[in-house]
Ligand binder design. Structure first.
Ligand SMILES: [Fe+2]
Length: 342
């Protein structure tokens, strides 16, 4: 039965599935009856999870009861055993040293611009934003360093400026609302962010090339967009042994796609992956979620009750012969068969 669904998935929705993918989805259904949590727990791409649930409904193994996904037979599935540290929520860092800055940030971010679908926005929890800074600080990538953020609806630039740790904070974003919000908030709190409206589909110019020690970005997860955003990030760095941070999710990227993305890093850019932190980035359920493909595909059409969309935090480091990508980009770079939140 598993082999059958595994084969038809690739044919019907174009996503490479394995018997273990199906087993993980069944295991997740044993842990939760909520579609969004099942996607979260299984760590399989959302379109595949939706597809598998529908096939299991067709075969009579599952039923949908008031938006709940319920197993009718005791199928074998891989159930995850949790051993997560609740102190740090599995991130490995706590933000106690930034207590005051975090409180200020919480106050400021109440007025933040809402997530916009046209820019593929969707922001992380404030705790995630600060944990990212704590983690990068621990790695020596922040203190006294020049830092650039390429696309920042997570408001990392503002949080970073509040800590006064970096020697320079620069923000590029296509969305004028974000640029204005960060500039205004930074000014009113007496801290400095150089914020520019910039469409990252355009090549970076001298103002931003080879100027920084560390970059942060959050690329859309098509191979083309990923290459473009990471390539731009690398183009901002001064040289060898500089660092870059970004997320890659399991929600919209199968492991086959992960391998393609990792190949871009290692083969195309010649950088080294030093850290991968599972589910480090936790996203707030965005305002436009019920107009997304994810909602369309969801068999239950229920509201997410928990923050189900997460991504792994990647840290890369440049070596002496790393390469960049700074060519112009055209066309739709946001969508492929595995994406579902645009
Ligand atoms: Fe911990």
């Amino acid at each position: 039965m598993l082999d059958d669904i595994t084969r038809s998935a690739e044919r019907d929705i174009g996503i490479k599935a394995y018997p273990r993918s199906i087993s993980r989805i069944i295991g997740a259904i044993k842990s939760s009856d909520d579609f969004w949590e099942i996607v979260d727990i299984s760590d399989e791409p959302l379109p595949l999870v939706a597809y598998v649930i529908e096939r299991l409904v067709d075969k009579g193994f599952i039923e949908l009861k008031n938006g709940k996904i319920v197993l009718r037979e005791d199928l074998e599935g891989e159930v995850s055993q949790w051993h997560k540290c609740f102190e740090c929520d599995g991130r490995g860092v706590i933000i106690d040293d930034f207590k005051k800055e975090f409180e200020t940030f919480m106050e400021i971010q109440r007025e933040r611009p809402s997530a916009k679908k046209e820019f593929d926005q969707g922001y992380v929890t404030p705790l995630t934003t600060f944990s990212r800074i704590a983690y990068a600080d621990q790695k020596g990538d922040i203190r006294g360093k020049e830092v650039i953020i390429l696309g920042d609806d997570d408001l990392v630039s503002l949080a970073l400026a509040l800590t006064h740790l970096a020697s320079r904070v620069v923000l590029l974003d296509i969305d004028k609302r974000i640029v204005d919000f960060v500039s205004k908030s930074a000014r009113s709190h007496g801290v400095d962010v150089e914020a520019h409206v910039f469409d990252l589909r355009n090549p970076l110019d001298e103002r931003f090339l080879h100027q920084f020690d560390t970059f942060f970005t959050d690329p859309p997860e098509t191979v083309t967009a990923f290459k473009a955003f990471i390539g731009r990030g690398l183009a901002t760095l001064k040289g060898a042994r500089n660092a870059g941070y970004f997320g890659i999710t399991r929600r919209e990227s199968s492991l086959n796609k992960w391998r393609e993305l990792e190949k871009v890093l290692i083969s195309d850019f010649g950088v080294v992956i030093t850290d991968i932190l599972h589910n480090f980035n936790v996203y707030v359920n965005w305002e436009y979620w019920d107009t997304t493909r994810a909602y369309d595909l969801s068999p239950s059409k229920t509201h997410p009750k928990t923050n189900w969309y997460k991504s792994a935090l990647f840290r890369i480091e440049t070596l002496e012969d790393f390469r960049i990508f700074n060519d112009p980009i055209e066309g739709d770079i946001y969508n492929d068969v595995e994406s579902s939140t645009t």
